[in-house]
Design a protein around this ligand. Structure first.
Ligand code: R1P
Ligand code: MN
Ligand code: MN
Length: 397
C-alpha cells in the first residue's frame, strides 16, 4: 500500500458552523454564527484541545470568546464552503464524500399533499395529525398526550427536506413506526416529493412535562445516486467504519461496519475504542447532539457545554493517535443556537487536520467545497477520485 496515512479519522461536529457562508443571504441566514454566538452565550468557551489545534486561527478576524489564536497551532486549519443546494446533513455529508447535491431537494413548508397523507393513513390504519413544520420537542408537548389516547401519527416537517413521524413508543411500537416510515420513504423517493429523509422520532414519558425522545430515532435517507468516496475505498478493499448517523446518511452504501450511538459521549467513547483497533482505512464519525439536542432547540449554553465536553474527550483521543494517523475535525452545516427560528444555518464549516507526525500546523486555503475532504481521503488511499473536489494532501508537510 502506498498510502501516507494508514488511518484517517473524520469527526463531524454536526452543525458546528464557523460563521455565515458567502451565500447565506440566499438562505435568509445573514448574521448567523454558530460558534461565535455559542461562545458569547457562555461568556467564553473552554476548549483547550480544539484551541491548541488552531480552532481560533480559522477566523482570527472574528474572535471566539475564550478561544485564543495560537502562534504555533498543531493542525492545518481553514474553513470550507458548501456548494450543495441545501443545508441539511445529507447534503453536507454527501458533499464531503465527493457527491454534492446540486438539485435542490423539495421542502414542504405548507405540509405534505393530501394524497401522500391519505396513503400513509391507509397503510398504517392510523389518522395523521399536524402535517406542518414544527420543532420536534414542541410538537410532542402539544400532541403527545392526545396521541397516547388516540394512536394518531404526528407528522411534521421543517426547513429541511424531511418528513418526520413522532410516535410514543408505548402507543405505536417501534417496529410498527419503522414500517410506516419505510413505507413513507418508498412513496417519497420520486417526484413530486423527492424528499431527502424520512425520520422516525420515537419518544417516551407519561405526560407533556416529561416526554423525552429516545435514541431509537432512524433516518431513512435517499440512496446516494452515484458512488461516493466511501464506495471507492470499499471497492479498493480499504476499511470504512462509521459511528453515529453516518450509516443512515449514506443508507449504508460503502460502509463496512457501523455503530449507532446514544449521545455525543457514547460516540466519542466508541471513537476512542476504535483508536486501539488496527484498522486500515477511514473512520467517519458524526456527533449529532450539537444539532438535535441544542441547535434546533436554540439552547446556546447547552450547546457550549456539549462542545466543552467533546473537547475533554478529544484530549483522550489525541493521546492515542499514532504517527500514521490523520485526524480531521469538521462539520456539515450550521445551526446557530443564537439565531431566529429553529432551522439549520448556511455557514462555513471548520476544517482542522492533524497528525502527530506534523511538526507544526499552518493555514490551508479556504476550501470552495466540502468535497475537497473526500478528494484528500481518496488521494491518500490512492483510490478512484471523486468528480468534484481537490485534494490538499500535498499541502500537509
Ligand atoms: O425539531 P426536530 O424534531 O429535532 O427536527 C430537526 O431535525 C431534523 C433533522 O436534522 C431537522 O429537519 C429538524 O426538523
Ligand atoms: Mn447535520
Ligand atoms: Mn438538524
Amino acid at each position: 500500500m502506498t498510502e501516507r496515512f494508514k488511518r484517517v479519522h473524520i469527526i463531524v461536529l454536526d452543525s458546528v458552523g464557523v460563521g455565515e457562508a458567502t451565500d447565506a443571504a440566499k438562505y435568509n441566514d445573514e448574521g448567523c454564527d454558530t460558534l461565535g454566538h455559542t461562545a458569547a452565550a457562555m461568556n467564553g468557551l473552554t476548549l483547550p484541545n480544539l484551541e491548541k489545534l488552531g480552532l481560533a486561527n480559522i477566523r482570527p478576524e472574528q474572535p471566539i470568546q475564550g478561544v485564543h489564536v495560537q502562534k504555533k497551532p498543531l493542525a492545518y486549519y481553514t474553513k470550507m464552503h458548501e456548494v450543495s443546494a441545501g443545508k441539511d446533513s445529507m447534503d453536507g455529508h454527501w458533499e464531503m464524500m465527493g457527491l454534492p447535491v446540486l438539485t435542490p431537494l423539495h421542502t414542504f413548508p405548507k405540509g405534505f399533499p393530501d394524497e401522500l397523507i391519505q396513503q400513509i393513513e391507509a397503510f398504517s390504519g392510523r389518522k395523521v395529525i399536524w402535517n406542518k413544520p414544527a420543532s420536534g420537542t414542541e410538537i410532542i408537548k402539544k400532541f403527545g398526550e392526545r396521541q397516547m389516547k388516540t394512536g394518531e401519527l404526528i407528522v411534521y416537517t421543517s426547513g429541511d427536506s424531511v418528513l418526520q413521524i413522532a410516535a410514543h413508543e408505548r402507543i405505536i411500537p417501534l417496529e410498527e413506526l419503522y414500517k410506516i416510515c419505510e413505507y413513507a420513504r418508498e412513496l417519497t423517493i420520486p417526484e413530486p416529493y423527492h424528499l431527502g429523509r424520512v425520520i422516525a422520532r420515537p419518544y417516551v414519558g407519561d405526560n407533556a412535562d416529561n416526554f423525552e425522545r429516545t435514541a431509537n430515532r432512524r433516518d431513512l435517507t435517499l440512496v446516494p445516486p452515484e458512488k461516493t468516496v466511501l464506495n471507492f475505498l470499499q471497492d479498493a478493499g480499504i476499511d470504512t467504519l462509521a459511528i453515529g448517523k453516518i450509516n443512515d446518511i449514506f443508507s449504508g452504501k460503502g460502509i463496512n461496519e457501523g455503530w449507532h450511538t446514544e449521545s455525543n459521549e457514547d460516540g466519542m467513547e466508541r471513537f476512542i475504542t476504535l483508536l486501539d483497533r488496527d484498522f486500515h482505512g477511514l473512520n467517519f464519525t458524526n456527533l449529532v447532539d450539537f444539532d438535535a439536542k441544542y441547535g434546533h432547540r436554540r439552547e446556546p449554553v447547552l450547546f457550549g457545554k456539549a462542545l466543552e465536553s467533546f473537547d475533554r474527550q478529544l484530549g483522550q483521543a489525541l493521546d492515542k493517535l499514532r504517527a500514521d494517523d490523520l485526524l480531521v475535525i469538521t462539520a456539515d452545516h450550521g445551526n446557530d443556537p443564537g439565531f431566529r427560528g429553529t432551522d439549520h444555518t448556511r455557514e462555513f464549516v471548520p476544517l482542522l487536520v492533524y497528525s502527530p507526525s506534523f511538526t507544526t500546523g499552518k493555514a490551508l486555503p479556504v476550501r470552495e467545497t466540502f468535497a475537497d475532504l473526500g478528494a484528500t481521503v481518496a488521494d491518500n488511499f490512492d483510490t478512484e477520485k471523486p468528480k468534484v473536489g481537490s485534494s490538499f494532501l500535498n499541502d500537509l508537510k
